[in-house]
Ligand binder design. Sequence first.
Ligand SMILES: [Zn+2]
Ligand SMILES: [Zn+2]
Length: 154
Amino acid sequence: MEIVARCPKCDAGLPVSAADAPPAIKCGRCGREMPLSVSDDLRADRSVDRCPVCSGAEFYIRKDFDPKVGVTVVIIGALISASFYWFGRDLVAYSILGGAALIDLVVYGRLKDVTVCYRCHTEFRGAYTRSAGAFDLHTADVLEQEYERRIGRR
Ligand SMILES: [Zn+2]
Ligand SMILES: [Zn+2]
């Protein structure tokens, strides 16, 4: 399992391999030391049971989505279809626009789920069984505030 730990001080993403994670890592941007307590289930890529950064047990699932990719496809599609439209070929223009939207859907559907820690936003990628629920704004509000108070950001 691949873990991307979030530095509590500067929010930098720090990639760590769970299987041979060290007991502590140092942030490459701000130099802060972060202790990691990686559970056995995390090391074995079985499940995400406890966050190695904040010890929280509340997680949510989101699509591992890079918004830039989707937007680029739509923009390129729109540009091509606009040029056809300019030359009076409306039908071709519309079908290209539709095609671009379709490609977007396919890309989105193929995305894998990534588990994210509500408190510290550490991300977990791997073959483990997904057990967390969808993102809940209320839970996020409560847990993020609790965590930020704990690390002294509020
Ligand atoms: Zn940092
Ligand atoms: Zn966490």
